[in-house]
Ligand binder design. Structure first.
Ligand code: AHR
Length: 514
């Protein structure tokens, strides 16, 4: 096998941003087996006394997931939060319209808040702006955050929850631009209800941060226009706008080319910059002081479990829906997405990998326990090693061409893509730095030179890689470690270092600096 070379220069004093750890959030929707059988399964020998899956809870707690978006997704646009609170035996079972399932409401807001406390994660709640009203949204905030003495906060207390939940961050609906969404609206109609909701909600709790629903993907004809209309009409009332997108290695999106697929984090980067530019343009026109931030609150690889059958619950409770199986090449791209999110973290403050468990997720549960899918590993690395600030590193790498061909219009581009994709973080409080390195080269290793300026690594703390010759390999309950990290030979620490990256790999190098 041949070897290419590349070089990265890192300056200790050149920072892009202070990292908000909410960049590594996740998402839990009442969909398929995410809630029921995923986080909650009373009666299972694998669950604790409260009905939470103890094995899953331990995975999430040890991962250190900082924020989890809940309860949807498309589900939320038909959800009445009142159905999910109060004595469980009085909660109604209802027909769930988004995924044609049965929602028993045995798990609701208070169970989710309890689970958040147990796992050490922050809730990011979503209002129903599909078939519900601003008044119900304000009531929900009062129910969650009121101290008592109001109808809704007293209702919570009557449900045995004395202390307010103190939910700070809320999404103003989900994917209302999407024709598939319950209560789909035109941008101006959405902006009106979003503004009304923001006003009503802030009367109840002025401290909330509100995220408007941006475009659901880059394919829709309204992409960009929707965002501009919403930002223009809602600027005063919102703190951020959301971005969503899902990616896949398909004929339509990549021409089934792994080389094109592994460049898709650059499509995410482009989307972030496009939406940020719209926000800045509107800000300038309005002469506003406030700068909106971005919440990329749904992103992931999702292309296999997308058939009609994968999305139709046939009226069942906890049906098997969207149970995507992830392979090695997906994990490499997911690593690339984390690199992009870190590089764009001056603007993106929240991002949620969609989703957490069983539904397009890094974790799967069964009666045997929890399985870590391939995409678990880059997520775990980001959570473990990306702390402090993101450094502005300069990467010199050879490139390869990608072509527009007849790919779907939003992914059709002619460009040169660098083989090496890098992000670097530095935690000044511990003196630890970490490099996150994607080698997109399908055939060749890379001899990577690292030049440090203003500092010197003195010790290698970890050097691990995800790589392999079978890019389609997956983990299963029978073969749990087909795709798992292995330790690489540690480079000699110093101002100038050399690290060998395997072909098609995602690698982390954690270092102690002087
Ligand atoms: O995450 C799965 C679905 O994808 C969500 O419910 C929806 O918001 C998006 O279209």
């Amino acid at each position: 096998m041949n070897t290419k070379s590349a070089r990265i220069s890192i300056h200790r004093d050149k920072a892009l941003s202070i990292l908000d750890r909410r960049l590594f959030g996740s998402f839990l929707e009442h969909l398929g087996r995410a809630v029921y059988e995923g986080v909650w399964q009373p009666g299972s020998p694998l669950s604790d006394d409260e009905g939470f899956r103890a094995d899953l809870l331990e995975e999430v707690r040890s991962l250190g997931v900082p924020i989890v978006r809940y309860p949807g997704g498309n589900f939320v646009s038909g959800y009445n939060w009142l159905d999910g609170v109060g004595p469980t035996e009085q909660r109604p079972s209802v027909h769930e319209k988004a995924w044609n399932s049965t929602e028993t409401n045995q798990f609701g807001t208070n169970e989710f808040m309890r689970w958040c406390r147990l796992t050490g994660t922050e809730p990011l709640l979503v209002f129903n702006l599909g078939d519900s009203t601003p008044e119900m949204a304000a009531a929900y905030v009062d129910y969650c955050n009121g101290r008592g003495g109001t109808q809704w906060s007293d209702l919570r207390r009557s449900h045995g929850v004395e202390q307010p939940h103190g939910v700070r961050r809320w999404c103003l609906g989900n994917e209302i631009d999407g024709p598939w969404e319950i209560g789909h609206k035109k941008s101006r109609e959405y902006a009106r209800i979003a503004n009304d909701t923001a006003r009503c909600v802030r009367e109840v709790d002025p401290n909330v941060q509100l995220i408007a629903a941006g475009s659901s993907n880059t394919e829709l004809p309204t992409y960009g226009h929707w965002d501009r209309d919403v930002v223009e009409a809602c600027y005063e009332h919102i703190d951020a706008i959301s971005l969503h997108n899902y990616y896949g290695n398909t004929e339509e999106l990549t021409g089934n080319s792994t080389a094109r697929y592994l460049a898709m984090n650059l499509d995410m980067e482009r989307q972030i910059r496009e939406i940020a530019a719209i926000c800045d343009d509107v800000r300038q026109k309005l002469g506003a002081r406030k700068r909106l931030w971005l919440s990329f609150d749904e992103w992931n690889v999702w292309y296999r479990a997308r058939t009609a059958a994968d999305q139709d619950g046939q009226g069942k409770v906890a049906p098997h829906l969207l149970e995507e199986e992830y392979n090695l090449e997906d994990a490499l791209l997911v690593g690339g997405f984390f690199n992009t999110l870190m590089r764009e973290s001056a603007r993106v403050r929240i991002a949620c990998q969609a989703q957490l468990v069983n539904v397009i997720a890094p974790l799967l549960t069964s009666n045997e326990g929890v399985l870590r899918q391939s995409i678990y590993y880059p997520y775990a690395w980001a959570l473990k090693h990306a702390n402090g600030k993101v450094l502005d590193c300069h990467c010199e790498s050879e490139t390869y061409p990608i072509e527009a061909g007849d790919l779907r219009h939003d992914f059709a581009r002619d460009a040169q893509v660098p083989f090496i994709d890098a992000s670097v973080t530095l935690d000044e409080s511990t003196g630890k730095a970490c490099l996150f390195l994607l080698n997109r080269d399908l055939d060749e290793r890379c001899e990577l030179a690292l030049d440090w300026h203003g500092t010197e690594p003195v010790r290698v703390l970890a050097c691990e890689t995800l790589a392999g010759t079978d890019l389609k390999a997956v983990n299963s309950f029978r073969d749990r470690n087909k795709v798992a990290p292995r330790t690489l030979d540690a480079p000699r620490p110093g101002r100038n270092m050399t690290l060998e990256l395997p072909a098609t790999s995602y690698t982390i190098l954690s270092l102690a600096l002087n």
